[in-house]
Design a binder for this molecule. Structure first.
Ligand code: PCP
Length: 387
């Protein structure tokens, strides 16, 4: 595979829209070394999301720590809103102009993935949500996609490589191919139980040949108390009322004493489908909705040149402060030069943005995956899916 960029090529600024390269060529030819402040902001969010999760900052730090610029950002895993400057870069423009493409690319896709994962987690309301969508992404970025899903709050990821990099066991059940090759759902469940490590939950896929409720009961009777769950991945041509199907499966399992057998649902699942299924589902495998999530439309705008505020139409000029109130949790974007110390409620305002890189290195220690995930989960927990 040759149509991918290596880390070295990315860090060398080679993934660059050519007009930035031409801009640098002009500035150098004219000897114009302009010190600028540039801010990364999303003016709106996809699908009118009320909030989004910022993921990709740590990879931006890898890029920026190699450049002679100062940068500040919201920490990775933070909730953000439209018009909030999530990343601010200060330095000689020709030193970082060619990295705009890369920096935005690192943030737009990962933040969209993380936000959809977080929305699915919120909708699931304590039920498990697994990232099952690696197959919808180019395999060279699949680990990045699954990292974004996991730090946003997915309970697990399905690809072996991503799980290894995250330091967690991979999560998954069984594919339809196993039942097809083994000849029946029961034979597939029995073989799974005999061969696979005992630590792996026995979850039988029950929509390959027959009706889900009959296959679920047959799998439960075949494995007895060892069956942890069944997965409904009902094809679209048969799906109809999936909630009703899940209700029937629950009914038939309970009637036969299999109350402990959980019901997992996958296939076309998103936060809205989750809300419909929560009465009967114990967990979800979400693919496309997470891994092919809408990208967050971040832009990088110069807001100051040689110390003077200047910005294109539609963008407020001058560097900004992004402040949060410790008391009422209000957030405020203000001109940095006029940043108030007190919130309208009287509480103290503090900067939500922290130093990221400077003097050619990362400021402070990068946060762990666990810390990023804890931040993302706790900040999103207080928010709703709808405005
Ligand atoms: C898919 C596979 C994925 C699910 C659905 C993601 O089923 O189980 O985990 O679906 P989504 O992208 O619509 O959310 P199949 O394509 O039937 O594949 P398999 O037989 O391997 O389960």
């Amino acid at each position: 595979m040759e149509f991918h960029a290596t880390s070295e090529e990315v860090l060398a600024g080679r993934v660059c829209d050519v007009y930035f390269r031409r801009t640098v060529e002009i500035l150098k030819a004219r000897g114009l070394r302009k010190r600028v402040v540039a801010e990364v902001t999303a003016k709106s969010l996809p699908e009118s999301w009320p909030w989004a999760l910022l993921v990709g900052i740590e990879e931006c730090a890898e890029v920026l720590s190699g450049l002679p610029v100062l940068s500040r950002s919201l920490p990775e895993g933070s909730v953000f809103y439209p018009w909030e400057p999530v990343l601010t870069i200060e330095g000689c423009y020709e030193e970082f102009a060619e990295y705009e493409t890369t920096l935005l690319g690192l943030l737009c896709q990962a933040s969209g993935v993380a936000t959809c994962a977080s929305r699915c987690r919120k909708a699931a309301d304590g039920r498990s949500v697994l990232s099952f969508g690696a197959r919808r992404a180019h395999p060279m970025v699949a680990p990045m996609v699954e990292r974004a899903a996991y730090v946003a709050g997915c309970d697990g990821v399905s690809t072996v490589l991503a799980a290894e990099k995250l330091g967690i066991p991979p999560s998954g059940t069984m594919p339809h191919s196993l039942a097809l090759v083994m000849g029946s759902t029961v034979e597939a469940a029995r073989a799974f139980d005999e061969v696979i490590d005992q630590d792996v939950p026995r979850i039988a896929l029950v929509d390959t040949f027959g009706d889900e409720k009959f296959e679920a009961v047959a799998a439960a009777e075949a494995l007895g108390g060892r069956l942890a769950g069944v997965r409904l991945d009902t094809p679209g041509s048969r799906r109809g009322d999936l909630r009703r199907i899940a209700e029937e499966v629950r009914w038939e399992l309970d009637l036969r004493g299999f109350q402990e057998v959980k019901i997992f649902v996958s296939g076309g699942i998103n936060e809205y489908k989750i809300l419909e299924l929560n009465d009967f589902a114990d967990g979800y495998g979400v693919g496309t909705r997470i891994s092919a999530a809408p990208t967050v439309d971040f832009a990088m705008d110069i807001v100051e040149v040689d110390g003077l505020p200047v910005a294109k139409r539609g963008m407020a000029s001058g560097r900004k402060a992004l402040l949060g109130c410790r008391s009422c949790r209000a957030r405020l974007v203000a001109p940095a030069a006029l940043a108030p110390a007190k919130c309208h409620c009287g509480g103290a305002l503090e900067s939500l943005v922290k130093p990221l890189t400077g003097d050619g290195k990362r400021t402070g220690d990068p946060p762990t995956i666990a810390r990023i995930r804890e931040r993302a989960i706790s900040q999103a927990a207080e928010l709703s899916l709808e405005p």
